[in-house]
Design a protein around this ligand. Structure first.
Ligand code: BGC
Length: 507
């Protein structure tokens, strides 16, 4: 250790001081250096450091300001979402529209009369699951579920379509054995959480893969057919695939089973999307003008025509360019769990390069894609965590920083997740106001069924999103209902209704 001593420096005094210090701390090697005009220089150094820190602070603030959206900007996002919704619904513009507004052939929400045992598959969220869902109607009304979670290895997600569907069928086979129901030939609902053009309840042509999937030979194909072919190849059991269902629709149906006012489904998880009950007469891609049909908006693709470019930052663009589906799902990439951590990581890399973080050193961890999973972002932003704990989380991720670094990281996470919640709220405001106008109402009371890891785990996302909807759609009273196990249960409910209708037709 070096200790600087200011002059005047009396030799005798110095000797005594050295001796005393050595006696007091015999294990330490203490050297005394004479400082010349120390206080003046020191003050200048302190000023210089303070100046550098203030300048750094200013630059950090300036960068993060780009993530702050004013009410006017959010109202503009809402307005543009509405324009894109109309384009997706109209026959003339549907082809070129980015927000596809896909008909689902689900024409009503559950009424409690659903009954029977069903299988459900849930592909496209954080986990792949196979479920057995027992639904009972009448006085004994209840839903009982058994499920098993299976991993889908990345090489299967991004291998060939045949490999992917063989893997799915293998998991179904394992589940049927596990439950002891291999011979039962139960009706099945297939929750497939990707954009599909449906021509009926049990046919869905995959438009494009999203999130981490990229299996070949599936885009442009009917995924129900791919599943049926997989089952045939295995020659082991038979299944009756009755419905293909988007996870938003499953979530809406599950919540509507509890609350009939639920006519919107929202997912904010790995990906993001919404569905709602639209007047059939407004869905020009579907014949008929009576009643309502659920529309799978596929709002993740909002902005793919450039209409959000003014608010996209260089970091959003970097995340998009590095993704598996560059140029696509631009709104989803500003909102959902699979991408928020990547936006954060890109900002942190930039701040490190500019010398604001981690002493300017870009570690291997920071170079690693997807290190900031939703659960880490949620932990970092938790108000209950002291700064020291944030530092520990970062250390666990391999990011060794100071407490000051932790403050900056937390600030970055906050800016990114707040913008995500507000953008999601702006989209939802467009949906509820459209429903209100559809029904010619001055005031609308409506429930949104919600699911997804980001929405469930993040400490502030839901609150900010709810507030944004309130601010941007003041004529609507929106209740958000958290869906428990939504997409699998919902697929079973839809299958139950379809089976009932089929039986009625046959008799
Ligand atoms: C898919 C949607 C899905 C959403 C949430 C998006 O990437 O395109 O179909 O609903 O993720 O899982």
């Amino acid at each position: 250790m070096n200790i600087f001593l200011p002059p005047p420096y009396n030799i005798l005094y110095a000797r005594r001081l050295h001796k005393t210090v050595r006696r007091l701390v015999p294990d330490s090697d203490v050297r005394f250096l004479l400082s010349e005009s120390g206080s003046g220089k020191g003050a200048a150094l302190v000023t210089a450091v303070a100046y550098r820190l203030a300048e750094q602070h200013r630059q950090i603030e300036e960068t993060l300001e780009e993530f702050q959206l004013s009410k006017e900007q959010l109202l503009e996002v809402k307005k543009r979402m509405r324009i894109e919704m109309e384009a997706g619904l109209r026959k003339k513009t549907h082809q070129s529209a980015k927000v596809k507004m896909l008909p689902t052939f689900v024409r009503s929400t559950p009424d409690g009369s659903e009954n029977g045992d069903f299988l459900a598959l849930d592909l496209g969220g954080t986990n792949f699951r196979v479920l057995l869902v027992k639904i009972r109607s009448g006085k004994r009304r209840m839903v009982e579920m058994h499920n098993k979670i299976y991993a889908i290895p990345v090489d299967v997600m991004q291998g060939t379509g045949e490999e992917l569907f063989d893997h799915i069928v293998h998991c179904i086979s394992d589940f049927l054995d596990y439950m002891g129901i291999k011979g039962a030939r139960l009706p099945m609902g297939f929750t497939f959480s990707f954009p599909c053009v449906q021509t009926s309840l049990d046919a869905g042509m995959l438009l494009t893969w999203t999130k981490g999937f990229k299996a070949t030979d599936c885009e442009g194909e009917d995924v129900v057919l791919l599943l049926r072919e997989g089952i045939k190849r295995r020659e082991e059991f038979e299944l009756d695939v009755v419905a293909v269902v988007n996870d938003t629709v499953g979530t809406m149906m599950t919540c509507a089973y509890e609350d009939p006012n639920c006519e919107i489904g929202l997912i904010v998880g790995t990906g993001s999307n919404a569905c709602y009950m639209e007047e059939t007469k407004n869905i020009e891609m579907v014949e008929g003008d009576k009643g309502r049909m659920c529309v799978n908006m596929e709002w993740g693709a909002f902005g793919d025509n450039g209409c959000l470019d003014e608010i996209r930052t260089v970091y959003d663009k970097a995340v998009d360019e590095l993704s598996l589906n560059s140029g696509k799902q631009r709104y989803e990439k500003m909102i959902s769990g699979m991408y928020l951590g990547e936006i954060v990581r890109n900002i942190l890399i930039d701040f490190t390069k500019r010398g604001f973080l981690f002493r300017g050193h870009i570690s291997e961890a920071l170079k690693t894609r997807s290190i900031f999973e939703t659960k880490f972002l949620s932990q970092i932003e938790s108000d209950r965590l002291a700064l020291l704990q944030v530092r520990v989380i970062l250390q666990q991720l391999g990011l060794d920083g100071t407490c000051d670094d932790s403050i900056i990281v937390k600030q970055v996470c906050g800016a990114v997740s707040k913008r995500a919640a507000q953008l999601c709220g702006a989209g939802m405001a467009a949906v509820v106001d459209k429903i209100r106008e559809n029904r010619g109402l001055d005031h609308l009371d409506i429930t949104v069924g919600v699911d997804g890891t980001l929405y469930k785990l993040h400490p502030h996302f839901s609150k900010i999103m709810h507030q944004t909807v309130k601010d941007l759609a003041p004529k609507c009273d929106v209740t958000f209902l958290l869906s428990e196990d939504g997409s699998g249960k919902g697929a079973a409910l839809i299958t139950a209704v379809a089976c009932r209708l089929r039986e009625a037709e046959q008799s």
